[in-house]
Design a binder for this molecule. Structure first.
Ligand SMILES: Cc1cc2nc3c(=O)[nH]c(=O)nc-3n(C[C@H](O)[C@H](O)[C@H](O)COP(=O)(O)OP(=O)(O)OC[C@H]3O[C@@H](n4cnc5c(N)ncnc54)[C@H](O)[C@@H]3O)c2cc1C
Length: 458
């Protein structure tokens, strides 16, 4: 298609596809986004993204990248009724049932329901002149050259009208169809090796419900987040969100799933390691039914380990890595993946898929994947190998978490790493390490250990 307009085809129009379309529009004359759902004008949850009924918070780094790609995005959310506050200072975190010490860290949190945030992102993408949405089309197959060395487009089936099939040709195809991506199966069908996968069985159950409330249990804060731990393996995220709504997600791992009947749901909330949320619900009126989502395994597809890949195809978002949703990494990783893709795009040359996947693995996925699998493997019932490095990191993270209940600077360091602003190794910097050791000792001795002068000066 060298003399013609250069076209990129994005399969899937959720976060992964929208972020990818934004960077593709810088280099391609035409960017088509295909999805089986109707997207333009959609304001509620939709079938192709069932997790849209659950809580969906974006980490600091994800918001930073979104703001870079779509300047003014945060202001738009706030103008549309989203509350805002400090990412660490306005959130009441609880580790092992104990509140963390906290301070403002200067990064904005903007809780928004998933459909609202997706709509705002999509509306910005709709404004890009290069982008066109091809809705209500099921992606049936990838199309290749006869020798299978290049992907040249995709075959789609129209879900409305005559239900006919059509081949959409493109210079580059970006698979953003999420966790259920069929690319691995299609590659095998074309004679490529099986895409290696890492999986961790966590058997997570999520249940979310929304409320109206007259009281303000937060007293100026944004959210309560008691995190699940091996000793208290049930967690929750209770937050204010857009238009005065209140969103509560409760979850349990390893089959300990919250019930969806109202009484059972409240009973689960009562069993959490902190009573605050159950007490706050006394003044709450549910505005929908509790909705469940079962998430059996985390999944990382190791495209970077493939010995051969076809030209003309890259993959992004959950189609590469589907993280434990409790850690809220997916949207941020989708945004960072778009920045990686951007580094590999040229006006006059096509991206090298192998180089893109290596870059993506090393510079985007490795850190959050390692950090969260380390935490998940801390639950004794989660099957998986725990090499010395993982056991060491688990011990160290336990010290960090204990210290964060004593020292706001440790909380800040932890939130920066969890929010993907810093690499997890930043938690091992000498000044942080010292605070962690002192804080953990104070935690163990019931807050009695004195801080050494070096720590007190900071
Ligand atoms: C319960 C739950 C809670 C989560 N909470 C958070 C959170 O708090 N914070 C966070 O950052 N992330 C969260 N995530 C992850 C986040 O939702 C994803 O990372 C994010 O949506 C990016 O995914 P994606 O665009 O790659 O894929 P998806 O969002 O899954 O979208 C895939 C798109 O492809 C379309 N599609 C798929 N197959 C086809 C086909 N054959 N033909 C046509 N269209 C197709 C679908 O309609 C859909 O629009 C959560 C996930 C779950 C499951």
């Amino acid at each position: 298609m060298s003399e013609r307009a250069r076209r990129a085809l994005v399969l899937g129009g959720s976060y992964g596809g929208l972020f990818a379309a934004r960077v593709l529009s810088e280099q391609y004359d035409e960017v088509l986004i295909v999805d089986r759902d109707r997207l333009v004008g959609e304001t509620g949850p939709r079938r192709g993204r069932p997790q849209g009924r659950q809580i969906n918070a974006m980490h600091v780094r994800g918001l930073q990248v979104t703001e870079e790609l779509f300047p003014g995005f945060i202001k738009e959310l706030v103008a549309d009724g989203c509350p805002t506050g400090d990412y660490a200072g306005s959130v009441r975190w609880f580790f092992n049932g104990q509140p963390l010490r906290r301070e403002d860290i200067g990064y904005t949190a903007v809780p928004a329901t998933a459909p609202l945030m997706e709509r705002h992102l999509r509306e910005r993408v709709e404004q890009l002149p290069e982008v066109r949405f091809v809705e209500r089309c099921d992606i049936v197959d990838l199309v290749t050259t006869d020798d299978r060395t290049r992907v040249t487009g995709a075959r789609v089936r129209h879900l409305e009208g005559d239900g006919g099939e059509e081949v959409i040709e493109a210079d580059l195809v970006v698979d953003a169809t999420g966790r259920g991506s069929r690319t691995p199966a299609m590659l095998e069908k074309f004679g490529y090796p099986r895409v290696p996968e890492d999986r961790i069985k966590i058997n997570l159950g999520y249940v979310t419900q929304h409320y109206e409330m007259d009281d303000d249990p937060w007293e100026g804060d944004l959210a309560f987040i008691p995190v699940a731990f091996p000793d208290s393996p049930r967690g929750a995220i209770f937050t204010q969100t857009d238009h005065g709504k209140v969103e509560l997600t409760v979850y349990g791992l390893l089959g300990d799933h919250p019930p969806t009947d109202q009484e059972g749901f409240y009973g689960f909330v009562k069993s959490l390691s902190v009573p605050d949320i159950h007490e706050a619900l006394r003044g709450a009126r549910p505005i929908d039914e509790p909705v469940a989502f079962h998430y059996p395994v985390t999944l990382r597809r190791r495209y970077e380990r493939m010995s051969r890949l076809p030209a003309g195809l890259v993959v992004t978002g959950d189609a590469v890595t589907s993280f434990n949703p409790v850690y809220a990494q997916g949207m941020t990783v989708a945004a960072l993946s778009a920045l990686t893709l951007r580094r590999h795009l040229r006006r006059d040359a096509e991206p090298d898929p192998a180089a893109y996947f290596r870059d993506l693995a090393r510079n985007v996925i490795d850190a959050p994947w390692d950090m969260t699998t380390t935490v998940d493997l801390g639950f004794p019932g989660v099957p998986g190998h725990r090499p010395l490095k993982v056991r060491f990191l688990q011990r160290y993270l336990a010290l960090v978490q204990a210290a964060a209940t004593q020292d706001a600077k440790v909380t800040t360091a932890y939130m920066r790493a969890a929010g993907m602003v810093d690499q997890p190794q930043a938690l091992m910097r000498p000044a942080t390490l010292l605070r962690v050791l002192v804080g953990a000792l104070r935690h163990r001795t019931g807050g009695q250990a004195r801080q050494p002068a070096l720590v007190r000066q900071r």
